[in-house]
Design a protein around this ligand. Structure first.
Ligand SMILES: *Cc1c(COP(=O)(O)O)cnc(C)c1O
Length: 427
């Protein structure tokens, strides 16, 4: 496959050849758990990681493999490994790179589930995370020590859509020969390509826009192949692994991360993506660019409407000039910002509830990135357990509404919002 094909071409073709036996043009759904070997020597070589090949679907599967290769191509990476969910992908990456006692520097505005795992279960297992304001580069750098294994940020902050100076963070990581990991779930590789701006590894919850229809879970880790693992910071990559005839992963260069993630993490912890989910995800992925363009154009129309509505106090959408991240958005997101943003309605908690209780076309859920338009009222759901102070520190006011603009006709979306705003006191 010509790696220079445009995004829209790669999203349909990368990673796939017509099936040599059936001549099928579509990706085949291969549900077999096991794959046979040609002979004893080939089996031995595959087990010793000396030869590629499928043998058991927890480690590799032909349908999942097409998705892995396609995502690597779309992101400009050298390889990718799929997991059962975005959470499994992120924790799988940490398990691949870190051992108990190691430290992670993580942004304090990550997806709530990631903060929960890092500060709860992962801390209990000995992986310590420092949560920092990702714009405070001095504090970020001051936390780096010999145990630090990665800086982990999200391309778009949750829930206010703030962005980071990715190139500046990458510079700090390069100086300390430290991994820079970006969770690029919200923009997708169509709107933002972290590897072009210095990320070493990109992770996704494919559950969201990649699959795109709100009907299949998944996650994936994409490796840029640019990180030099011959580095004292990563002994798991530089010391021989007895499980595989003393292989040294760092010596596999571009293949180091993906090989270890499959041969150790998927082998020992499971968490693989099911072939059926890969098949569904590939189906969604074929139209990613078309969908994202429509999410972007719909969002622009909805944001403009919100801006002019009397019931709305503020709109936090990075394409508007008054947003803190306006300039970063212009620099890093040339195709547009995307479909997820927040706005504040008048009347605080009561105003927020009025929206949720009267909206008809939008669905009230805590998910985002569906083909359907969705609304969340964080103060009564995702952020309800927090103190007023914690909530405000997370950028969530009582009247904050998070909106995930779907693929419907924007006229209907705006009409739906209009009829709810008529019910909100604007005096
Ligand atoms: C949803 C999400 C995750 C977790 O993914 P799951 O597929 O739900 O496990 C991680 N990061 C971000 C940014 C997300 O939006």
């Amino acid at each position: 496959m010509n790696k220079n094909y445009q995004f829209d071409t790669l999203q349909i073709h990368a990673g796939q050849k017509p099936d040599p036996v059936t001549k099928a043009t579509g990706v085949s759904l291969c549900l077999s758990n096991a794959f046979t070997f040609d002979d004893a020597d080939q089996a031995r070589n595959i087990f010793a990681l000396e030869e590629g090949g499928y043998f058991y679907s927890r480690l590799s599967n032909p349908t999942v493999d097409v998705l892995q290769q396609r995502m690597a191509a779309l992101d400009g990476g050298v390889g990718a490994v799929a997991f059962s969910s975005g959470t499994a992908a992120i924790m799988g990456l940490i398990m691949t790179v870190c051992q108990s006692g190691d430290e992670i520097i993580a942004a304090n505005n990550l997806y709530g589930g990631t903060i929960g795992s890092l500060s709860g279960t992962m801390t209990g297992m000995g992986f310590h995370s420092h949560f920092v304001n990702p714009r405070d580069l001095e504090q970020m750098e001051s936390l780096i020590n010999e145990k630090t294994k990665m800086i982990f940020v999200e391309a778009v902050g949750n829930p206010n859509g703030d962005m980071l100076d990715f190139e500046a963070i990458s510079t700090i990581c390069k100086k300390h020969q430290l991994l820079f990991v970006v969770d690029n779930t919200t923009p997708t590789p169509y709107l933002f390509q972290p590897i072009l701006h210095g990320a070493d590894i990109v992770v996704y919850s494919t559950t969201k826009y990649i699959a795109g229809h709100g009907n299949v879970m998944g996650g994936i880790v994409v490796d840029s192949g640019k990180f030099d693992w011959h580095n004292e910071r990563y002994p798991l990559f530089t010391t021989p692994d007895k499980a595989y005839h003393d292989i040294i992963y760092a010596d596999m260069n571009e293949g180091a991360l993906c090989t270890k993630m499959i041969a150790k993490t998927l082998r020992d912890l499971g968490g693989c993506m099911s072939p059926f989910n890969a098949y569904m995800t590939l189906l969604g992925l074929e139209t990613l660019s078309l969908r994202m363009d429509k999410h972007v154009s719909n969002s622009r129309k909805v944001a403009q409407f919100l801006k002019t509505s009397k019931a709305v106090e503020w709109v936090s959408y990075a394409e508007l000039e008054d947003h803190d991240s306006y300039e970063l958005c212009q620099k890093y997101f040339p195709r547009g910002f995307g479909g997820l943003f927040t706005f504040g309605v008048k009347g605080g908690l009561a105003g927020g509830k009025t929206v949720i209780n009267n909206i008809k076309l939008f669905t009230h859920v805590t998910n985002f990135a569906d083909s359907r338009s969705l609304l969340t009222h964080p103060a009564s759901t995702t952020h309800a357990q927090m103190s007023e102070e914690e909530r405000l520190a997370g950028g969530v006011q009582q009247g904050t509404i998070r909106i995930s603009v779907g693929l419907e006709n924007p006229i209907d979306l705006i009409d739906d919002l209009k009829q709810v705003f008529d019910k909100i006191e604007t005096e």
